[in-house]
Write a protein that binds this ligand. Structure first.
Ligand code: PRX
Length: 567
């Protein structure tokens, strides 16, 4: 029996107290996500249930029960406390998808500190701006990533501890580096859980915008209420399910639905820290008999590209419910999945700032391929006019998505940037920055973003960040960064570059610039194409008109270009 009965039944008289009651939370009481994700499940008598089944490179594998999760997260929490980490201190988790990342996240929350997960493929520059903004006190990382931290250490006086979880004894430790080996550490049975309240900060996720540096999205422990209920109702995870969320906890899907939601409902989940290949993914599903699978359109399109023959080599009959997030799920992908897996992917729409799923195709609800579905109960979502911010009542008319503020997992602010946070609200609607239409049955259809942010493979990249990094390259005088179409990633980064005198365009220079960005920022931000230009389209006041360049890439109408200087 699905947790979700029907749209009518579940929306009628909906109240978030449904989740509060199931979790035993009372207004004004203590609510600690770390405790809910481990201790509570043990107290419910499920301590021996498998919580995390993990596979890594070189045939490594580990399994943790809920009791192990409780004990190991206690151990990490106690260790951090022994270093002097205080409630609300920011502790960065900078690791690949290894068990210490999942367990460390819970440990950090248990002691009331703020978990700041960062994508481990980030280069030193990406790391620095995020650690600087948060004034991060400690970073938990792996030996292979330590060199990136060392490079920027001088600029971070507040960073007191660099905790290495897999220290290679042949490599001497340097300033502020310490070793923590979870397997060797003595298990801590009793840890005093910090009595965090509803509004106590829990997680700080960084997200990219069109302008300015990345923004730190502040979440609170009460976000659990939304994450718990959406995990049940949308992902439909039942007690005997085996769940696989393919997202990396460096991004919000990997924490909301790769840690908090599944562990808070006591699910068994599988994680693999292996590169992508269709064979490997199907083998993983077959081996662990995965039943609920939460992934992303880019991965689905990569699987489509790998073809149907490879699917036939594996027994994937265990799959029961499929969901997707992060970018538009095109109708072809839904139709393909129905054909090869016998089940459609259910689209889910949300973002770092919303903390949990906002609009979705619920289990059992009629899916219209290409549509994002309907708002979650308790979520009032509409489209508003981009000029007046008044609701658009006409079906099929494009507007900005607007969500009525007040659901439990809504971000509370942007770290040190309340001004930008306030700008996200217009006429009492929270604006995620996306355009959509609503059809006569209330289904939402994604149209596009309302800014220049590039969504590559479900990851947001700020053109501003890439342009700023490009300026640090000796050959670059000026640049404009836009999205260009790509079959698998939907969008990839393209840079238009104006060279300084004395530099010549060449294939070698392309590679040099690409690598420069990959190392400084990340492989996601690396331009896949560089086009050298003598002039960039600008407004008369000197602002680069990315819109014009983007339109060319997509064969679209550039819109109003009357403000352009060099037309
Ligand atoms: O533009 C929307 C797109 O991804 C943005 C959020 O990105 P991020 O904060 O990194 O979070 C990603 C995972 C929750 C949104 O503002 N997006 C997300 N889901 C969808 C989507 N675009 C179309 N369809 C979706 N289902």
């Amino acid at each position: 029996m699905a947790h979700f009965k029907s749209y009518e039944e579940n929306t009628r008289n909906f109240n978030w107290s449904i989740a509060e009651n199931e979790l035993g939370y009372k207004e004004g009481g203590v609510i600690n996500i770390g405790w809910y994700c481990s201790d509570r499940i043990c107290e419910m008598g499920k301590g021996d249930k498998k919580a995390l089944i993990w596979e890594g490179f070189g045939g490594k594998h580990k399994t943790y029960t809920y009791n192990d999760l409780r004990l190991c997260s206690n151990t990490i929490g106690a260790y951090l406390k022994s270093l002097g980490i205080q409630p609300e201190d920011r502790v960065c988790l900078f690791m690949d998808k290894i068990p210490e990342l999942y367990i460390g996240f819970i440990g950090v929350l248990k002691i009331g500190a703020i978990a700041q997960p960062l994508f481990s493929a980030f280069g030193d520059e990406s790391l620095l701006v995020r650690l600087e903004n948060a004034e991060t006190r400690a970073i938990i990382t792996q030996q292979k990533h330590v060199s990136k931290v060392r490079k920027i250490l001088d600029k971070m006086p507040y960073l007191k501890h660099i905790i290495v979880v897999d220290h290679d004894e042949k490599k001497p430790l340097q300033e502020r580096e310490i070793v923590f080996d979870l397997e060797k550490a003595a298990g801590v049975e009793q840890l005093e859980i910090h009595p965090t309240k509803k509004e106590s900060p829990s997680v700080l996720h960084y997200t990219s915008g069109t302008t300015g540096q990345p923004k730190g999205v502040k979440h609170v422990h009460y976000s659990l209420i939304s994450q718990y209920l959406t995990t049940k109702w949308v992902l439909d995870i039942q007690d005997d399910d085996i769940y696989w969320c393919t997202a990396d906890p460096g991004w919000v899907t990997g924490t909301s639905y790769g840690i908090i939601g599944p562990f808070a409902i006591g699910a068994t989940q599988c994680v693999q820290d292996l590169g992508f290949s269709a064979e490997n993914w199907y083998r993983f599903i077959e081996k662990h008999k995965i039943t609920v699978w939460y992934s992303a359109p880019t991965a689905i399109r990569s699987l489509m590209k790998a073809g149907e023959e490879v699917v036939k080599k594996f027994n994937l009959e265990s799959l029961r419910h499929l969901a997707s997030v992060g970018e538009p799920l095109n109708s072809e992908a839904v139709i393909w999945s129905e054909k090869v897996f016998g089940k459609p992917f259910h689209d889910t729409y949300w973002q770092t700032e919303t903390g949990s799923i906002m609009i979705t195709n619920f289990p059992g609800m009629k899916i219209k391929p290409g549509s994002m579905g309907k708002p979650f109960p308790g979520i009032t979502a509409i489209v508003v006019d981009p000029e007046t911010y008044e609701p658009i009542n006409e079906t099929g008319k494009i507007g900005l998505i607007g969500i009525k503020p007040g659901w439990p997992s809504m971000m509370r602010t942007y770290w040190n940037n309340e001004e930008t946070y306030q700008k996200k609200f217009k006429n009492n609607w929270y604006l995620p920055g996306d355009r959509a239409t609503i059809d006569k049955e209330g289904y939402f259809w994604f149209v596009g973003r309302d800014d220049d942010v590039i969504n590559t493979g479900g990851h947001l990249v700020s053109p501003f960040e890439v342009e700023s990094a490009l300026l640090e390259h000796p050959a670059v005088a000026e640049s404009a960064v836009v999205a260009k179409p790509d079959f698998v990633n939907m969008e990839v980064v393209k840079a238009f570059v104006n060279l300084k005198p004395g530099f010549q365009a060449s294939k070698d220079l392309d590679l040099e610039i690409m690598n420069f960005i990959r190392k400084k920022l990340s492989p996601l931000a690396m331009p896949q194409e560089i086009e050298y230009v003598d002039l960039l389209p600008k407004t008369r006041s000197g602002k680069i008109m990315r819109r014009v360049l983007r339109a060319k890439e997509w064969n679209e109408d550039p819109g109003d270009v009357s403000a352009m200087e060099n037309d």
